[in-house]
Design a protein around this ligand. Structure first.
Ligand code: TYD
Ligand code: MG
Length: 454
């Protein structure tokens, strides 16, 4: 394509096709100069003039039947999937090695198989005998699940085409390799092309495919991150090694709400579902003690009560420690800064430790007030009244913002025997029988009310 030259006047911005000494627009002399034509973009890579076939366009109003869903009977898993497994969906289950992904998926495969879904479990990490042994230990030996130990994706897809299953578990995506890609299994390009092949196979053949992906603690190299955008649903299986609780969290779901969690307990006979996580998380709570506060949170569509524990102690170091487990370190720094700047309560020279009991990870901003309360309670060495649940977001000005779903939080607290709650004012007025609700407007007021300072 020939570039068309263009000239413009620097005084009046009029444009011309050729240069001249005097601008015809404003009469200015010597003001016309050549301007660069707009780039037409990379020429060689454009589609050119070759026509494709026309695609059919439809409208939004056409009635679509919702995709069929199958429930496996494990309530915690069905809910995280958004109400059962959608046919033809691609699901990624990520998590640390050894957290229990294979155990969870073997149990899920057995459940789905029992409810009539034709299921194949392909292990690239363990031999079939090992998977069978685990199934026997879990009491699942009778489940009609077909097994294979294979890593060559071409062979796997050929088998799947012949077998026509409805659900396939691939454990794990890092062990699969595509023979058209040169790099080693587990490398970014192998993981990406294997996941792409599997996802398009799922869509073409209406087979649900669950892929396991290991997350490495540092950097997540070649981990599930590179396939997150390809799949319909991304679930993360989290938990602390020392704890028996495991949390399955939906971080992306095209067929249901994200942020939904399912809670499991690792037992000697596999994973058991925990239908009332609040009761479990609070069951280890002892006598009311300084630094311990109960946060009424919401995870997905469900209220969950957890205990926030703080410890504040004089620091022997010039740079005091700030250690957080289960919450965001940056957010803790923010709360400490607001307490210092708005309420005049310094934490300089003090080590601060914050822990969410039970191995739970909290990301809700509504936990701010509970954290502030735990920090103050630990610093002042005064326990807050027992049976009080707290929630609310703190803004940098020290004001408290109302949290969503206040009513659900209070109902859950009431169900677990709490008699009082502290929440930000504003928002809808709510009253729950049996719960004395204290509304506070700002952090200074809260400190004054409960710690007699501020
Ligand atoms: P696994 O499912 O192999 O983890 P992943 O596939 O995520 O790497 O689970 C491994 C751990 O689970 C192992 O350390 C032992 C524990 N476990 C139990 O506690 N109970 C059981 O019944 C099973 C099967 C495993
Ligand atoms: Mg495994």
């Amino acid at each position: 394509m020939a570039k068309s030259k263009s000239f413009s006047c620097s005084a009046c911005k009029a444009s011309f096709s050729k240069w001249s000494g005097r601008c015809e627009g404003c009469g200015e002399w010597n003001s016309i100069s050549q301007t660069a034509a707009l780039s037409t973009g990379p020429g060689k890579k454009s589609l050119g003039n070759t026509r494709g076939t026309a695609i059919e366009l439809s409208d939004l109003a056409t009635k679509e039947t919702p995709p069929p869903r199958t429930l496996c009977g494990v309530g915690e898993l069905d809910r995280v999937l958004g109400g059962g497994l959608v046919a033809g969906s691609a699901i990624l289950v990520g998590g640390d090695p050894g957290i229990g992904k294979s155990t969870l998926l073997l149990q899920a495969a057995a459940q789905f198989a029992h409810s009539g879904v034709k299921t194949i479990y392909v292990s690239g990490e363990e031999a079939t005998a090992q998977v069978r042994m685990r199934a026997q230990r879990l009491g699942l030996a009778q489940a009609p699940v077909k097994l294979a130990a294979e890593t060559n994706l071409r062979d796997i897809l050929t088998t799947l085409e012949a077998e026509k299953p409805q659900l396939v578990i691939i454990d794990s995506i890092q062990t699969m390799w595509v023979d058209t890609v040169d790099s080693a299994p587990g490398s970014v390009s192998q993981v990406r092309s294997a996941a792409h092949e599997l996802t398009s196979f799922a869509k073409r053949n209406n087979v649900s495919i669950v892929m396991v992906g290991h997350v490495t603690k540092d950097g997540q190299i070649a981990g599930p991150r590179v396939v997150e955008h390809m799949v319909d649903t991304v679930l993360y299986f989290e938990g602390e090694r020392g704890h028996q609780f495991r949390i399955l969290r939906a971080v992306k779901n095209r067929f249901g709400p994200a942020d939904e969690i399912g809670v499991f307990e690792m037992t000697g006979r596999g994973l058991a579902e925990v239908t009332n996580p609040s009761a479990l998380f609070l069951s280890e709570r002892g006598e009311p003690s300084p630094g311990s506060v109960v946060f009424a949170g919401i995870e997905g569509t469900r209220p969950v009560l957890v205990e926030m524990q703080a410890l504040v102690a004089p620091s022997p170091h010039s740079q005091p420690r700030r250690t957080v487990v289960g919450w965001d370190g940056g957010r803790l720094a923010m709360i400490l800064a607001v307490l210092e700047a708005r309420c005049g309560i310094p934490f300089a020279g003090l080590d601060v430790y914050l822990n969410v009991a039970g191995g739970m990870k909290i990301s809700e901003p509504a936990a701010d007030l509970a954290v502030a309360a735990a920090l103050l309670s630990a610093r002042e060495d005064t326990a807050l009244p027992a049976d009080t649940a707290i929630f609310g977001e703190i803004s940098l000005s020290g004001a408290l913002r109302p949290a969503p779903q206040t009513e659900n939080r209070l109902k859950e607290a009431q169900k677990l025997g709490f008699t009082a709650a502290i929440a930000p004012s504003g928002g809808k007025s709510v009253s729950i029988k049996g719960i004395g609700l204290r509304r506070v407007t700002d952090l200074t007021g809260f400190v004054g009310d409960f710690f007699g300072a501020g």
